[in-house]
Design a binder for this molecule. Structure first.
Ligand code: PLP
Length: 407
């Protein structure tokens, strides 16, 4: 309620400052992690940075993007007016074709081109959540998803993850005891941050449970095309057309093009599209054409094998360096794809204190508590290998070993 006080020494009416009247949900928005990261970079002249979840700069198709952009501008000025909210039709058709080999059967009408899968998460939350509704998610999970959902004031029910992804028995218990459960947010393939992949049998159980309890599965799949070894497991959306699937070109082309997509269940597409129209009308129409020309004619498929080979060899270098330099009691994941290795320390080590010392020794990573909706665990961290050349990976892990051993 607005409070108005009369200042008796002057004739002015004083009111609370606007900054004191922001919505209560902003309590969930702490300081940006980038502020904390910026401090870390000041601690050493040449830190090895294992925080970046971008593709390798060397794996970005720069020449192709430049040529594609020139091509895209040929459509101006026609393409410079307002356009269709679901996105450039040839791009949606291309997305449909690209998903077919992974078993996803969709039409261009099921797709909305979004500015990254971040907006897909936002759309799912806008369309599904009332304050107090329950969002079930992996524990740990993608920090950006936690923050996006938080704006809709849900209650989180985090479900632990092992090396095979979400614990489905715990999911079943949660669904049975949470009548307000609306949505299961999952990254089943090369998960961020653990690198784990949910096996087929767990996927089938997750889908059966979602059907039984009438909850929406939101499948976030930025890394599915970046598999280096192991068996391919079909996306959840390939097993069930009622899954809301989120894809992105952020990891296969570049995050800065801000181009991802949703594949909606039939019943939800109208709502998602209406919500999307209200947020930003549509993606940048020139960039959608640029991405289309970059990915069309098999170019992206020709480019991806060399990107995968680069990431595989960086992952192998990181795993070998961890083997060499980590002291006893430290364990880590061995992902078959994606960008991340997840490290668990003995319980008595506080990762925030460790990060402070590590930054001074020239190695920076993302502390694990950022990825838990309740921030309860402080003995884990995430290492990203995608952007770090192999000699720097070896140097960084060697430095980290020294920090852990207090050399
Ligand atoms: C699981 C997950 N979802 C979504 C995103 C964001 O992707 P986009 O750039 O497509 O918004 C990321 C990026 O790190 C991610 O790891």
């Amino acid at each position: 309620m607005a409070v108005e006080t009369r200042d008796t020494t002057t004739t002015h009416t004083t009111r609370p400052a606007v900054r004191d009247r922001v919505a209560s949900r902003t309590a969930a928005y702490g300081d940006s992690i980038w502020t904390e990261m910026a401090q870390m970079f000041k601690q050493h002249p040449d830190p090895v940075y294992f925080g970046d979840g971008s593709p390798a700069p060397e794996a970005m198709p720069v020449a192709q993007l430049r040529a594609a952009s020139a091509h895209a501008w040929e459509s101006a000025p026609k393409s410079l007016g307002y356009g269709e909210s679901d996105g450039f039709l040839p791009l949606r058709e291309l997305i449909v074709e690209r998903m077919k080999p992974r078993g996803i059967d969709a039409t261009a009408g099921d797709i909305i081109v979004t500015p990254g899968s971040t907006q897909g998460i936002e759309l799912a939350a806008r369309v599904m959540l009332e304050p107090g509704d329950v969002v079930i998610l992996e524990n740990p999970t993608f920090l950006g998803a936690i923050q996006t959902f938080e704006a809709y004031e849900p209650r989180f029910v985090p479900i632990d993850v092992d090396e095979h992804g979400m614990d489905i028995d715990a999911l079943e218990r949660a669904l049975a005891s949470e009548p307000r459960a609306k949505l299961v947010y999952t990254i089943p393939t090369f998960q961020n941050p653990t690198g784990s992949t949910l096996p087929l049998e767990r996927r089938q159980r997750m889908i059966a449970l979602a059907r039984e309890y009438g909850v929406l599965i939101v499948e976030d799949d930025p890394y599915g095309e970046l598999q280096y070894d192991g068996e391919a497991v079909p996306p959840l959306r390939a097993l069930d057309p009622d899954v809301l699937y989120l894809g992105t070109f952020s990891k296969t082309i570049a995050p800065a093009v801000r181009t991802g997509w949703t594949v909606a269940p039939k019943d939800l597409q109208t709502y998602l599209l209406a919500a999307r129209e209200l947020i930003d009308i549509h993606n940048d129409r020139i960039t959608m054409r640029t991405v289309y020309h970059t990915a069309a004619d098999g170019y992206l498929d020709a480019h991806l094998p060399s990107a995968r080979a680069r990431y595989k060899s960086r992952r192998d270098t990181m795993l070998a360096a961890l083997e060499e330099h980590m002291p006893d009691g430290v364990t880590w994941s061995r992902p078959n794809g994606g960008f991340f290795v997840w490290v668990a320390l003995p319980e008595n080590i506080d990762v925030v204190e460790l990060l402070g010392r590590a930054a001074r020794r020239g190695v920076i990573f993302f502390p694990g508590h950022w990825f838990y909706p309740r921030q309860e665990r402080r003995n884990t961290f995430r290492l990203s290998f995608s952007t770090v050349p192999e000699d720097r990976i070896r140097l960084g892990i060697q430095r980290l070993g020294g920090v852990l051993r207090h050399d």
